[in-house]
Design a protein around this ligand. Sequence first.
Ligand SMILES: [Zn+2]
Length: 441
Amino acid sequence: MAEIWIKGVDAITLNAAGQVLRGVDMLIEGGRITRLGEVPPGTQADEVIDGRGKVALPGFFNAHSHVPMTFERGWAEDLPFPRWLNEKIWVAESALTPDDVYWGAALAACEMIRSGTVGFNDHYFYMDRVAEVVQQSGMKAQLAWCVFGIGAEKEVGPGLDGTLDFITQWQGAADGRIHTCLGPHSPYVCPPEFLERIAEIAAGRGLAVHLHVAESQEQVDNSLARHGQTPVQQLAALGIFDGRAIAAHALAISDEDRALLAEKGVFVARTPNTYMKLAMPVNHVTDLQAAGVRVALGSDGPASNATLDMFQIMRQQVLLEKYLRLDPESLPGDTPLRMACRVGAQALGFSDSGALVEGAPADLILLDFDRPHLRPRHDLIANVVHTAVGADVTHVLVDGRLLMRDRVLLTLDEERILHEAEQRAFRMVNQDMRQMREYRA
Ligand SMILES: [Zn+2]
């Protein structure tokens, strides 16, 4: 007997042919999609979901995030990047506790599930506490404990050795839903010897590396002055790109850098909302793709991108690229969905996910299309890319387990999380407690 039978649903498959199927049935057994199309006569299931008026889609994989930063949402607004970082973010984070990280990540998990994200690639501190949230929520994640390599007193947490203990403890945990990897902050913070050591450990233990790369021309100029190499060249020479690597941003890169990223098979994660909100110069994402680089999409931290809703992030990327290129044919059809689902899943090491095909893990979402902004249904992909919002998501499944049914979260105590996370967030940034009472009233 099947566990779940979704009846009469329209499906955006993101399979090799890019098929969109209308009014099909889907069976889920053993955490996987076992049937997509017609089901055999006599089929029975523990749970039947009426898919009429709904669209099934692979769930999103957020390829670059610092999700506990939900605490700083709306608290560091309208500032240039150096002031945003030095006067706000570092100050707030100096008071960060492991419990804050837990509740900040729990708040993020509620938001991510509600808006159709099934997996996220997090890069932050006290990641054992984020791992707890992943375990409880039923989501998938690849977790990197950020390390700087510039002295034990500057690390947030136990430094590299503690990170390795974290990796040993959590790699493959939660029935394989948790992946861990190494998270040196960036080549502009971490010394080369430290990065070289990270590359050796990654190679020795078969770990991925997730870091920030070439966010500005200033970083590139400094790298050239200091090392005689661009950040991409330097990281390649140090061996950081020899295994699976996720380079967040890559905004200031040369043609040679692009070719090197492609040759090394590096995933680039782009976070368009951050670039626009912090007014950062960007290069063309389609140039990366044309060079053969696999580009995924992410949110970055909610202090710079106030939303974790991947529908918004995907749409911002499409509009930004079309506009910058002055080319309405940029990122056409299901390309942005593939970036947000399939490439993201691959970047996180969940390479079977990101498509609705028989045999794939049932990591999928259902959208309510009985909504005015999603009619008429000429082109389901266009409606999802250009019109859908996170609040349209009704059901979320990860490995065939329902995390949300009819917009009700099943694995997390949302009411308690909203309350606790906000209280802690106010405390962290020293907000007036009277203001907090106002919100409560
Ligand atoms: Zn980041």
